[in-house]
Write a protein that binds this ligand. Sequence first.
Ligand code: ME8
Length: 503
Amino acid sequence: MEKYYITTPIYYPSANFHIGHCYCTIVSDAIARYKRMKGFDVFFQTGTDEHGQKIQKKAEECGKTPKEYVDEIVADAQDLWKTLNISYDNFIRTTDEDHIECVQKIFKKLYDQGDIYKGEYKGLYCTPCESFWTESQLVDGKCPDCGRDVYEVSEEAYFFKLSKYQDRLVKYYEEHPDFIEPISRKNEMLNNFIKPGLEDLCVSRTSFDWGIPVTFDDKHVVYVWLDALTNYISSLGYLSEDDSNFKKYWPADLHIVGKEIVRFHTIIWPIILMALDIDIPKKVFGHGWLIVNGGKISKSLGNYKDPREYIESYGVDAVRYFALREVPFGSDGNFSEEALISRINGDLANILGNLVQRTISMGHKYFDGKIENKGFEDEISKNFIESIDNLESIVEEKMDKLEISSALEEIFNVLRASNKYIDDTTPWILAKDESLSDQLQTVLYNLIESIRVCANLLKPYLPTTSENILKQINSNDERLSFVNNNKYELNQPEILFKRIDVK
Ligand code: ME8
């Protein structure tokens, strides 16, 4: 069985999880489910990035220890992923003991081989914010975060020799044109960061202690990005006694990341891996952001809602469908409740729900729910069946290019064509003539086959709805093409998606 290792970023448990975080996780889940459906041995990982100054501060503000603080948020995140039907195989926390050990071993290894060295960090410092800044980052000469004075500081720190690997990285990009997608993000990396010259990276801090201690110099904690990126291999047992998962699943097939962290995943991460002499992930995909009312999602802007509220109001698959369908994967997109409702009414209720409801009702009305293929053929039906048969390979082509919205669009085109097939074949007229009974039954059979194939193809995206549809047509046939000789005994139809009154 071919393996497929897919990851989401590991999230900071520093603020409430919002619909933007769900976006990335839903997309990754749909890809993981799709690959499983295609017979891959999938390892799908998500998790939380729990160290660093930011989290230490938040915890202090809440009067908790950092660990108490993150434990609560992590439990909440896991609850949210469960509600969204996220089928991860592993949830990693950077406070897990085996992760900590792995990071420490990597740090020591890189130090021993001379890729990490001790030096001095020189820069500008804002004491209240405990942040380092460069001259160009200041706003009117003051801290860009709090507006207070900064002063020059030097802190003892360890550095990682990024610069030594610059040429190898560029060569890697050239030899692996699919490594970074979309292509615009690769150009951005090359032009904005690599061509001006990579500087060695500060990889330890001494001014706070909520981090992984450097084993041989314990006033230092490991820089949070070195800690976080390592999650992708620590979870597989890299440098541990049992590294069988590492041997099996590494390199990752796909890291899905937001556009603002592409830099960490396509410059720092591959260089760490080069220094460790292990393979580089096959692909890093930098997706866009979900924007709410034209801006970032945040409590202070008043546009934040707990994603569970949307799920309670509209159902989990409506939220999943919106995330997957509305925005072409890679671009930014606007999230609004109006747009969500419009997708529910337009696609889920009118096209999908309506088709299933109409077809099953006619099956009961005309044949007591017992439907089989009576072998009637005409041009309209032939074309219709052909479109059902072509769908699987079209969806595959789109999914291989990570064009998830287009894959869904194609499935909905067939669902739309199924509604049109009803209008074209007019079953209610056929039903008036006893001698056309076989023709009528075949029309309904073709429709149910279309529903069956589409429901199976929709499983990665709308798992609950697919299951519900297959239950309604009483089928467990998972084949993804038109089958001639199924026999159906339909269950009663149930409404899949209620139309939402916008008022
Ligand atoms: O960056 N729309 O964590 P994070 C789409 N811990 N995606 C969004 C979004 C939005 N409105 N807001 C956030 C981190 N995201 C690090 C990752 S990986 C080794 C370490 C995405 O919690 C964001 O783009 O700040 C990022 O990919 C992910 O959520 C986690 O963000």
